[in-house]
Structures are given as C-alpha cells and as structure tokens.
Design a protein around this ligand. Structure first.
Ligand SMILES: Nc1ncnc2c1ncn2[C@@H]1O[C@H](COP(=O)(O)OP(=O)(O)OP(=O)(O)O)[C@@H](O)[C@H]1O
Ligand SMILES: [Mg+2]
Length: 494
C-alpha cells in the first residue's frame, strides 16, 4: 500500500486554543488518483490541507513524500515539493488582472528581471482555455463573477504544474458545465501522473470523480476505502455517525400573500411576475446566467429594476438595500466573502451587524445573537473569535443569522447551502422550515436540483431571464426541472 502513496501525513495534531482541530490523523494520498477527503463542516479538512500546503504548521506529526521525510513550513516549501492548493475561501488579489493573479509571486522573467507579460498572458490564456473557460488575461479579477474567479484559482495551480493538486471545494460556485470541464481536466492530469486531493460536500460529484476516500470526523480519520467499496450510505454514516433520514414537511402557508411581484425587468430578468405566500418556501431554479441572482438582487434593493413589488398587499419602493431591509426583505448573498462577512470582526459582531434600532441594549443584542446561533446550531467554541476561524459551513450560518437578525418578513437566499455539509444542510433546511412555519416567506435560488426539490414547496424555473415554468413539489422531478431550465434548440441557435 505505501508504495502507492505519493504523500503520507501521519500522527498529525493541531489545536487552536482549547479546541482540537486534528487529533492524530494519518492521511494517505494515493499516487495518480483522485483522493477524496470528506467530513462534516468543522471536521478538520481545510486545516489538514493548510498543513500540507505549508500555510499552517502542525503541532505534531510527520510528512513523507515518496517515502522520504519532508518538512513543509511555508507555501514555498510546499511548492518545492510540487504541492499546489486552491483554497476554500478564494485568495485572489482583486486589484490585479487575471494573468497577474495566475503568476503572482512566481512571475515569469526575461533578461534581467523584466516581467515577461506576453509569455504570462499566453500561458494564462492557455490554462483557462484548457479549463474550457477562455478569458482575457487583462481582465481585472474584481470584475469576474464568483464562478469565474474560482476558475482563475484553479488555472493558477495548473499553470504551475503542481504534481499534487489540492482542491478545497472547487466546484461550490461552478455551474454544471464548468464542473464537467474541471473533471475532464482532472482526468487528463491523472493520465499525466498527477495526484489530486479533492474536497467537496456534493456527494454525487465525489462518487463520480473519486478513486479513494478518506472520511474525517471531529478531527479523526473514521473511514478509508477505495471507490468500489463506497456508496452514499457509507459516506453519510461515517461522516455523521447517523443514518440518513428524509425530512419533508407540509407546506405551512395560510394563503395570504407575503410578496407579490409584477412585471419585474432589470436587464437580465425579463418581465417576471410571481407571488409568495406567508409561510411558503419557493425555489427558483435556473442554470448559470438564467437571472436567478439578478432577480433576488432586485428584490433586495441591490439592483435597479422596472416593475411593481407588493409586500403584504402594500406597494413598496426598493431603491436601496436599506429600504428593502426596512420594509422587511433581506438577502443572504451567494458570495459570503465579497458581499457578506467582515473578516476583521468576531462571529458575534458579524451577526450583530444585522441588528436594527429596536434592540435597545447591547445585552439584548448579544442575547439575540446567542439565540440565533443556537437555533441554527452554529458550532463555535466562542462567539468572540474572529469569524474567519469558523469552517465554511458555519460561516454560512453566521450570514443567515445576520439576516434573521433584521426580523424579515421575506427572506431571500442565493445558494443557501453553498459549501455546507450534508448534515448541516439538513439543519439549515430544518431551520428554514421552522421559520416558514412561523410565517416567514422564503424565496431561494439554487443551481442544485436536489436542493431545490428538497426545500421548495413550489418551484419556478428561470430560463434566459424569463419565468418559463412552475412546478408543485410533487411534480418537480430532476428531468422536468432540467428540461424546463435548458435553452430550447431555437434559443441555442440564436
Ligand atoms: N484559525 C483558527 N482559529 C481557531 N479555530 C480554528 C481556526 N481554523 C480552524 N479552526 C477550527 O478547527 C476546526 C476545523 O476547521 P476546518 O476549517 O478545518 O473544517 P472543515 O472540515 O474544512 O469544514 P468545512 O467543510 O466547513 O470547510 C473547526 O472547529 C474550526 O472552527
Ligand atoms: Mg473547509
């Protein structure tokens, strides 16, 4: 077995303050394979990867590369060992352009230290085309939507020819076409002898691409197996120690309209009308570019539009985010880093940002933050720690808590469980259902069919900016949703 291993981390321990993130972990990485690392939010996956990538040092343990002991104390050491990483939370420099980001810190030079821009541009364009996502080398990264920024990060590692490529949730912001392109590239890299370490919460993807599976739970390895021995049940049981249950609920709307939208157009969305009942959960399903995000942004006061919006029967003006929040409409955005969390603030402060005037005292505010944290099952040792110390899924809960802090009548969510593990996903769905049962109207957009089907009482399908179809939950099958969301032959020809 150890002959097959390109990298073995053994006896790895890591503590943060009082909390153990990794407890005597032995992680074997099989050469030329896609090594899946899976576990609930906070299980320690990113921590282990940061150690392999030299971003963080273990308290104890050793690393062997091709059988030889190695010390990895900095990203430079890791690069020397041929280890490249795409971090879970993107780390691009927004003020630089695409090629500058791909070569940041490893500029190609010509003669006596001139940066060889033409060669950098050519190599960048090549790597991006390879990922079937051609982009201009000179485009500032800040102008790119989340999915494309993620592609730039992946291109960055590929362009440097890492022999061991770590991808920490690379597809959480990608469309299915982009994901397929990434998987094709991973296949090619494998043929060239590269090794991939792959982290994701999308079980169907893992079962599709993974060759070898390692499960972490609470900082310990609790399962290891080759693909042939693994199925969904195997993964879920080891991750959570529980057997999966299918939780559905009765729709709890009382028929009264919470939100009415008539003829909304905003350049992307075209003449959308919809109605959302109190206590109802409605899903908007659509492919990348269908206008899902733009529809929610307009309703949240963040994007200009024409058309009318009624809240509990009364017309409302939504010309700014503030006016929307004051009216009782709030959006949990897709990109929790760019539009959401403030990394310098603590968990509590991030949630408290949502507080409005009526919380008179600091104590009342803190009590409300604690209440929400408990309701959402936020796993934090201490709410005073920086929000960046939380795992990805728990950061998502912070964002949700902040929005609930505004006491909304209508909650909008864009990709409500991006980067959230199956267990925490179920918790978030539960929490949303409880809120709906209490009368909150919920409109969410998702690119995941499974999520749309599980959470929604009713599904609207957006196709190229238009609401083209509507399904009751019983009728919202994978096939029906996908067919309604895909461009028709005529549209494709245009
Ligand atoms: N810098 C830090 N300071 C304090 N605690 C931390 C820090 N980084 C991670 N932790 C804690 O270590 C544990 C493991 O976190 P990690 O980010 O590795 O989880 P993960 O498995 O990647 O989760 P996710 O799927 O949500 O990304 C968590 O409890 C987290 O709160
Ligand atoms: Mg992580």
């Amino acid at each position: 077995m150890s002959d097959d291993c390109v990298l073995v981390a053994s006896g790895i321990r890591k503590r943060y303050g009082g909390q153990t993130a990794l407890d005597d972990v032995t992680f074997r990485v099989i050469r030329g394979a896609v090594n899946v690392l899976i576990g609930e939010n906070g299980a320690g996956k990113s921590t282990l990867m940061r150690i392999l990538a030299g971003v963080e040092e273990a308290d104890a343990g050793e690393l062997r590369l091709n059988g030889e002991a190695v010390e990895i104390r900095s990203p430079r050491d890791a690069a020397r060992c041929g280890i490249g990483i795409v971090h879970q939370e993107l780390a691009l420099l927004p003020n630089l352009d695409v090629a500058e980001n791909i070569f940041a810190g490893r500029e190609l030079v010509r003669g006596v230290g001139w940066i060889d821009r033409p060669r950098e541009d050519a190599r960048s364009v090549e790597a991006l085309t390879h990922l079937r996502n051609p982009m201009r080398a000179a485009t500032p990264v800040a102008e790119l939507p989340l999915g494309r920024r993620q592609i730039v990060e992946i291109a960055r590692t590929i362009a440097h020819g890492a022999g061991i490529l770590i991808l920490d949730e690379p597809t959480s912001a990608l469309s299915s076409a982009e994901t397929d392109a990434l998987f094709a590239v991973m296949g090619e890299l494998k043929l060239k002898g590269c090794t991939v370490i792959y982290i994701s919460h999308r079980l169907h993807e893992l079962l599709h691409v993974g060759d070898y599976f390692t499960v972490l739970r609470g900082g310990r390895v609790v399962g290891e197996a080759a693909r042939a021995e693994v199925d969904r049940g195997w993964i879920v049981e080891r991750m959570s120690g529980r057997v999966e249950s299918d939780s559905r609920r009765e729709c709890s709307t009382d028929g009264a309209e919470a939100l009415g939208v008539a003829g909304l157009s905003n350049g992307v969305v075209d003449d959308a009308s919809l109605s959302l009942g109190r206590g109802e959960i409605v899903g908007v399903y659509g492919l990348l570019g269908s206008g899902r995000t733009e529809l929610l942004e307009s309703l949240a006061g963040a994007r200009e539009f024409r058309g009318e919006v009624r809240l509990r029967g009364e017309p409302v003006q939504l010309d700014s985010v503030r006016s929307a929040v004051d009216a009782g409409i709030v959006l949990v955005p897709e990109d929790r880093q760019r539009d959401g969390l403030v990394p310098e603030l603590s968990i509590r402060e991030n949630v408290a940002l949502g507080a409005r005037g009526w919380l008179t005292s600091k104590a009342a505010e803190t009590a409300r933050v604690r209440e929400l944290a408990a309701q959402l099952n936020l796993r934090a040792v201490n709410l005073e720690l920086p929000v960046t110390t939380l795992s990805g899924g728990n950061q998502q809960k912070v964002l949700l808590a902040r929005c609930l802090m505004t006491s909304p009548k209508v909650l909008l969510l864009d990709e409500p469980t991006r980067g959230v593990d199956v267990g925490a996903k179920a918790e978030i769905y539960e929490a949303l259902r409880r809120l709906a049962a209490g009368g909150l109207a919920i409109l969410f957009a998702s690119s995941e069919i499974e999520e749309t089907r599980t959470l929604a009482d009713r599904v609207l399908v957006l196709r190229q900016g238009r609401i083209g179809a509507e399904f009751a939950r019983e009728d919202a099958t994978d096939e029906a949703l996908f067919a309604a969301a895909s461009p028709t032959v005529v549209e494709r020809a245009l």
